[in-house]
Design a protein. Structure first.
Length: 94
């Protein structure tokens, strides 16, 4: 399910709020990507299997001055976003 523009904006605003709390003082860049693909397999001129894959990816880039770090996750729950923001913040400060 692809996000409508309003839902994508709501998700990005929520993620930005979590990042600002998890990595205070960092400049945060958020990239939310959606990818959808499908496949159909044929055997003996008949469809044998068909499937669809949907992937949502989040990339966070956190910057402290001249230092920056990026993390990618595929789960958008609050705990996963918080952990990714903390991890990115720690890496950017190294």
């Amino acid at each position: 399910m692809a996000y409508a523009q309003a839902e994508a904006r709501r998700q990005v605003d929520r993620i930005l709020g979590i990042c600002k709390r998890s990595a205070p003082g960092a400049d945060v860049e958020i990239e939310l990507r959606h990818r959808q693909s499908g496949h159909t397999r044929f055997a003996c001129n008949e469809v044998s299997t068909a499937g669809e894959v949907e992937v949502i990816e989040l990339e966070l880039r956190l910057t402290y001055g001249q230092r920056s770090a990026a993390t990618q996750i595929s789960q958008l729950d609050d705990a996963s976003v918080h952990a990714a923001a903390e991890r990115g913040g720690r890496m950017a400060r190294i």
